[in-house]
Design a binder for this molecule. Structure first.
Ligand SMILES: CC(C)(COP(=O)(O)OP(=O)(O)OC[C@H]1O[C@@H](n2cnc3c(N)ncnc32)[C@H](O)[C@@H]1OP(=O)(O)O)[C@@H](O)C(=O)NCCC(=O)NCCS
Length: 173
């Protein structure tokens, strides 16, 4: 796939995106909201190979500089739905790129016949749910203490709530 917005190109990953991918993936190590195993330079070759063949991860490229500054995830789910996710290189936050890319991808998904796009995040991740709201996804639920990625000093799970946001293809987004 390939989508152009005012400032971005959203497209499949290619092997030459390896260093740009590594740059923002390495920034994510020990991040508060992450639930994945830590990333490291040894994993870069496998990661770019995986993403280059993926139809769920898409690179966000700056049109002017041809630099990949992050990715959009559009995971295949049951009942003609997709789960949306996104991450940007932190040097490029708060310039509207996240919402520009996410909106274009959701509109593209609907143009391809997808029925529903949804996204989940903790209420603590304001950047994430503000981005969902900015592109027109609607908050449908707040699940109470349904997940736990971290433990406290006494080794007890720290439970987080989850917001679920979604849009239907019939919504005006
Ligand atoms: C989520 C993310 C992609 C947003 O990208 P971005 O380009 O900085 O977002 P935008 O500039 O398009 O901003 C979108 C909205 O979110 C708000 N926002 C962005 N970052 C924010 C922050 N740290 N705190 C509060 N609001 C924030 C913006 O103000 C804007 O809302 P507004 O126009 O109504 O004011 C980026 O913060 C990121 O990569 N975070 C780390 C990865 C992550 O948490 N992904 C989601 C996992 S569920």
């Amino acid at each position: 796939m390939r989508i152009e917005t005012e400032r971005l190109i959203i497209r499949n990953f290619v092997m030459t995106d390896r260093d740009d991918l590594g740059e923002y993936m390495l920034q994510r190590v020990n991040k508060e909201f992450e639930s994945y195993p830590d990333f490291c330079t040894d994993k870069m070759d496998d990661e770019i190979k995986y993403r280059s063949g993926s139809q769920e991860f898409f690179a966000i490229e700056l049109k002017d500089e041809h630099k990949v500054i992050g990715n959009i995830y559009l995971g295949v789910r049951d009942f003609n739905s997709k789960e949306l996710g996104y991450v940007l290189n932190e040097n490029f936050h708060l310039r509207g790129y996240g919402s520009e890319a996410a909106k274009a991808v959701v509109q593209w998904a609907f143009s391809q016949g997808v029925h529903r796009v949804y996204a989940e995040c903790t209420p603590l991740n304001m950047a994430s749910w503000k981005t969902m709201e900015k592109i027109g996804l609607r908050r449908e639920a707040e699940l109470r203490q349904n997940i736990s990625f971290h433990k406290d000093e006494a080794d007890n799970p720290i439970y987080w709530d989850t917001y679920i946001y979604a849009a239907l293809s019939t919504d005006d987004i």
